[in-house]
Design a protein around this ligand. Structure first.
Ligand code: FNR
Length: 373
């Protein structure tokens, strides 16, 4: 079967959006938003434009509200300036022939009073201090997060409303769709998993209760974007940000069925730890549970290379793959995969914060201008 077509460079219809290939760009925080105001800049637009050859770009996580912010220099989608800044980004990507979804983010307990409106304590499902770090300024280094305040039941609709407004603003900014961030230990994930959710109201306890808030967010976002342009990201077994769930198969089987019923376009699953270390293998039983319950597009993520991505697509384990670090270092990743060309290595020192170095200066193949394919 050596001449079978490479599934990675075959098109795919995601929801109602036609993608030219299945090499998608994963959401990647780069902490280079313009200051003050966490506003996307021309530099950010240039970075995304270079990567417009992706089947789909999912942006870096973007706070839906001031309360949703957990790190210095991450962009928001709650002010007029931010909407205008993102418009520059979406125009640049569309000019280059690309497609781009915004990742909607609320960090919950992964924040610090220094980053919160009024210097207040960050909010979470329960007042449990995670063993986790953040950065609050250019020279803060990594600092520990503290004990959050548990959201009152009556406050939850307002947090759902923050996501709805973020979704509305994303439309205004010219995105093609949105991905709800329910992964990596941030607010929605904190509700989903038993280790961080000890609530005794309708939003905690049973699996159905732990799903309630994330599903209310999904419904609010679908109300803005429709099912075909809404997706979600989960990380069922990731431990980043001190996360644990007593039964990831049960939680995610129920989530998959609920999302299938709602009909959203995709689930993106971080099948791995945040840092892409899958020494223990991918969590096949959870993946199976999700594939069984959810029949729309399944996007795999985590330490994939092209060979493994192809294999898993051929085996029916996933439909598409998002690449994170390879896309940081290779703006023209799909073209390199198509040509079987070597890849640039990434430089971790320039992942977060700084200027164009390690951001827009990774080389493309000599005769490939991003977006020209
Ligand atoms: C990430 N990751 C991430 N995930 C997410 O949902 N939203 C985000 O904003 C970020 N930001 C981010 C920044 C950086 C510098 C890294 C390295 C990672 C996780 C990322 O999307 C992906 O899941 C991992 O990088 C694993 O995939 P790769 O890199 O092995 O393809």
């Amino acid at each position: 079967m050596t001449d079978a077509p490479d599934p990675l460079i075959q098109p795919w219809i995601l929801g109602d959006l036609q993608l030219p290939n299945r090499v998608l760009m994963a959401p990647l925080t780069r902490a280079r938003a313009g200051q003050p105001g966490d506003v996307p800049t021309a530099l950010n637009a240039g970075y995304y434009r270079q990567r417009a050859g992706a089947g789909l770009i999912v942006t870096e996580a973007t706070q839906v509200s001031p309360q949703g912010k957990g790190y210095a220099f991450t962009p928001g989608i709650h002010s007029t300036d931010q909407i205008e800044g993102w418009r520059r980004v979406t125009d640049a990507v569309h000019d280059a022939g690309g497609r781009i979804y915004l990742q909607l983010w609320h960090v919950g307990r992964i924040s610090r009073p220094e980053l919160q409106p009024g210097g207040e304590r960050p909010v979470a499902p329960s007042a449990i201090k995670p063993d986790a770090m953040t950065f609050i300024s250019a020279d803060s280094g990594m600092v520990e997060v503290g004990e959050p305040r548990a959201l009152e039941t009556e406050e939850i609709p307002e947090v759902v409303e923050q996501f709805r407004r973020g979704a509305v603003n994303a439309r205004e900014a010219g995105f093609d769709g949105v991905e709800i961030h329910a992964a990596n230990g941030y607010l929605l994930d904190q509700f989903l998993r038993s280790g961080s959710n000890r609530r005794t109201d309708a939003y905690g306890g049973s699996v159905a209760n732990r799903l309630r808030f994330p599903l209310e967010v999904v419904d609010a976002v679908v109300g803005v974007w429709g099912t075909q342009r809404t997706g979600i990201r989960v990380s069922p077994t990731g431990s980043f940000n001190d996360m644990v769930d007593e039964d990831p198969v049960a939680t995610n089987a129920a989530l998959a069925v609920a999302l299938q019923t709602r009909g959203i376009a995709f689930m993106e699953v971080v099948e791995d730890s945040f840092q892409g270390n899958h020494a223990d293998g991918r969590p096949e039983s959870v993946i199976e549970a999700i594939r069984t319950g959810f029949h729309r597009s399944y996007i795999g993520n985590g330490a994939y290379n092209a060979r493994e991505a192809r294999e898993r697509i051929r085996e029916g384990r996933c439909d598409l793959v998002t690449f994170g670090r390879p896309f940081i270092a290779n703006p023209d990743l799909p073209e390199r995969i198509r040509r079987n060309a070597p890849l640039n290595d990434w430089d971790e020192a320039t992942f977060y914060g700084g200027d164009e170095r390690g951001y827009t200066d990774y080389p493309t193949l000599p005769d490939n201008q991003a977006g020209s394919a």
